[in-house]
Design a protein. Structure first.
Length: 741
């Protein structure tokens, strides 16, 4: 691998302008094509085999419009009633215009007998019930806005407040991410400038990451036309792409400067940096990619697709670091030192600096250092014990969004449960003549009398007479635990009782029930996902360091840092601590797939720091230093780069707290907390302390396993070692046994 990377770097240097031009043309071309195609991301939730999916499939077959869901367009009179003549004419005009709007399959007016339940008791508020002719995910922002405008024009002209809820409202309430990206990039620029000491050197990782991210987002946008790509996927890819893209370049540029300090010629230093640290980057990228792709074991389409999209960001970032970066370094040459703002410490200065003092203190008191790390991590992890996976409704959005204002109006006038009705779908073995069929009436009556149900709507029967549905309205909001409990009660008790001795089967569907099923599936699959990621990481570290001790040690350290980040996430969102400071209205449920993704991402990213730290320690072991000295020197060598890389990640991830989407906030805060804990408390305190305490056992490898495992060197430093000229004595000596590490 080292030889291949070395050759690739040499080629990219020789053809540096061509490589740079190809990357720029690739980015511009992909962006142009994707812009022409447009964004087709959607949040259609497919959960094969689940109760909610079976209900959705039945609706698609017999009630196509209902299967796409209905969204309320709320009309509110601040004074007077909607039944007043001036308001009534505006409501009727709005209803007529919406019914004619593109992508609308059905529309129910609150001032008609059919829509009487859509008019509030005080008659100040009503909502148009809008059924779509396309799936909500396939509806574009412009198309959703067109429907809203159709209602808003006559209604607002009459002085009515107009707010859109449901899928239509959420479609136009998606917050932009540009401010988060800018904050993250600016923070990275400051950290890189301080780390490298020059403005020009700082620009290299930034330019590389931006070009790679442009390619990634364009690819994802194009893939959204052939696959169901969730709307949060591009944002998640942006987080990861920026973070790893900048970090990977940081590792290589740092190694390049080290080569120059060691007296290497400029181009040779570039090639060796790409071949050695580039090997670590390749290994780290493979680890993160494998962790993300392994999300497919959950067998949940939403999760699998998001994992693949995030993996694309990592792969493109690795390719840019290994090809584009050497080309840019060759183009700049010695000009990389232009616009110097500070001189980075030399190796001699580093050995007497803050990190050297820190490392020596750990070497003197490893037990105290380890206990101190645990004293930080364990309390932070305690809230994890009460972690509950759930779903978010629009109540978690900012009050500046139309979806949130519609949610509040509906909750106030009709009850929170109207914002997320449960759809009970019944399939009949023998045809029913009408909706008064005893089987359907018994089912409706039993559901209506179930504790937690506020109301039920009339039964709707299809033309064939074999499928029917009605809505059940919960007394609680869609995201509340009481609604989840109600779904379970209906499925486990109420419906089986109504089905008994009949040829009827009933399922509970709708968006609320579907997200409950998603949370249940993820809870069931999470242990398997954890085992798969740990097993794959164990194999990769075994190959990298030829030790049976380091892989389980790394897994345990990763689990500790991830558990602590889960605890912080639970405290901030589920408990509501500090919620106001990050723009949250209060307690917010933790979205079911966030912990699953965090585990895959963080386990992969943690391996980056583990590999970088342990490879530096291993270098000193091979140089003949004892275990304790190797750990101390390895920490001194790597700590500055690890903390710089971690700070970049923290600011990139943390900047997404500015995003108005609570799900994005959860990803941003969870990942930022995990990275800072992992890079500081774990890698720079707990791991060194543990490795010192374990001693030579760190490098234990059974001889039988050593013979079976292929030899792989991450950084391949031995590739550049000049072979010693054999002397007559050496030629006649017995071969020395290899060091088993």
């Amino acid at each position: 691998m080292t030889g291949v990377l070395y050759a690739v770097a040499r080629f990219c240097m020789r053809q540096c302008y061509l490589v740079l031009a190809l990357w720029v043309l690739l980015a511009v071309g992909l962006v142009a094509v994707s812009h022409r195609l447009g964004d087709n991301t959607n949040d259609n939730l497919s959960l094969p085999g689940t109760n909610s999916q079976q209900a959705t499939d039945a609706l698609h077959k017999s009630f196509p419009a209902q299967a796409n869901g209905v969204s309320p367009v709320v009309l509110h009179a601040k004074s007077g009633k909607l039944t007043d003549s001036n308001y009534a004419s505006a409501v009727n005009a709005a209803a007529t215009d919406v019914a004619k709007a593109p992508n609308v399959a059905s529309m129910v007016n609150p001032l008609t007998p059919q829509g009487a339940s859509q008019l509030s008791k005080d008659q100040t508020t009503g909502y148009l019930s809008v059924g779509l002719s396309v799936s909500p995910g396939a509806l574009s922002v412009d198309q959703a806005q067109e429907i809203i405008d159709a209602a808003a024009e006559p209604a607002r002209a009459a002085g009515l407040e107009v707010e859109a809820g449901g899928q239509i409202g959420q479609k136009v309430s998606k917050p932009a991410t540009e401010s988060s990206e800018v904050v993250g990039i600016v923070a990275a620029m400051v950290i890189l400038t301080f780390t490298f000491g020059t403005v020009v050197a700082m620009l290299l990782p930034i330019v590389g990451a931006i070009l790679a991210l442009a390619c990634t987002l364009a690819i994802i946008r194009m893939l959204s036309h052939v696959a169901t790509v969730p709307t949060v996927a591009p944002t998640l890819a942006t987080m990861i792409g920026l973070g790893v893209g900048i970090d990977y370049s940081l590792f290589i540029v740092t190694r390049y400067f080290r080569g120059l300090d060691d007296g290497l010629e400029l181009r040779e230093s570039i090639a060796r940096a790409a071949a050695t640290s580039g090997g670590a980057v390749f290994f780290a990228g493979c680890t993160v990619t494998i962790a993300l792709v392994s999300l497919a074991v959950a067998q949940i389409p939403l999760v699998t697709t998001m994992g693949f999209m995030a993996a694309i960001a990592v792969v493109v970032a690795v390719l840019a670091a290994l090809t584009l970066l050497p080309a840019m370094l060759a183009i700049l040459g010695s000009r990389i030192n232009s616009l110097r703002v500070r001189r980075p410490p030399t190796d001699e200065q580093a050995q007497g600096g803050l990190w050297a003092s820190w490392a020596r203190d750990i070497g003197k008191q490893p037990i105290i250092a380890g206990l101190a790390a645990l004293a930080i991590l364990i309390p932070l992890a305690i809230p994890l014990l009460s972690l509950s996976l759930g779903q978010q409704d629009t109540a978690a959005l900012s009050t500046s969004s139309t979806a949130r204002r519609a949610y509040d109006l509906i909750s106030e006038k009709y009850g929170a449960g109207v914002n997320g009705p449960l759809i009970v779908v019944a399939t009949l073995g023998s045809k029913a003549d009408n909706a008064n069929d005893p089987r359907l009436q018994t089912l409706q009556k039993d559901v209506a009398s179930t504790s937690g149900v506020a109301a039920v709507t009339p039964v709707q029967l299809d033309k064939v007479g074999t499928t029917a549905y009605f809505n059940a309205i919960s007394k609680a909001g869609p995201a509340e635990q009481a609604t989840t409990n109600l779904v379970d009660t209906l499925r486990d008790s109420t419906i089986p009782k109504a089905e008994a001795s009949t040829d009827m089967t009933a399922k509970v569907g709708g968006t609320t029930a579907a997200y409950d099923d998603l949370a249940s599936q993820i809870s069931d699959k999470l242990p398997l996902q954890v085992l798969v990621v740990i097993a794959l990481s164990f194999v990769l570290l075994l190959l990298a360091f030829r030790s049976v001790v380091i892989p389980p040690q790394a897994a345990l350290m990763n689990i500790l840092s991830i558990a602590a980040s889960y605890g912080v996430l639970t405290a901030i969102f589920q408990y509501g601590w500090l919620g106001g400071t990050i723009g949250l209205p209060g307690k917010v449920p933790i979205v079911s797939y966030v912990p699953l993704f965090m585990f895959a991402i963080l386990f992969g990213l943690s391996m980056d720091y583990e590999v970088f730290l342990v490879s530096q320690i291993e270098e000193h072991v091979h140089a003949g230093d004892d275990n304790k000295t190797s750990v101390v020197r390895g920490l001194v060598t790597s700590a500055r780069v690890i903390t710089a890389a971690a700070l970049i990640m923290v600011f990139v991830f943390g900047s997404f707290v500015l995003n108005g989407d609570p799900t994005v906030k959860q990803f941003g805060i969870g990942l930022a907390v995990a990275v800072i804990l992992d890079a500081t408390v774990v890698r720079c305190l707990l791991v060194p302390a543990l490795m010192i305490l374990i001693g030579k056992v760190n490098w234990y490898m059974p001889r039988w396993l050593d013979r079976l495992v292929p030899r792989i060197s991450i950084e391949g430093a031995e590739y550049f070692k000049k072979p010693e000229r054999p002397t007559r004595e050496k030629l006649g000596s017995e071969p020395q046994p290899a060091l088993h590490t």
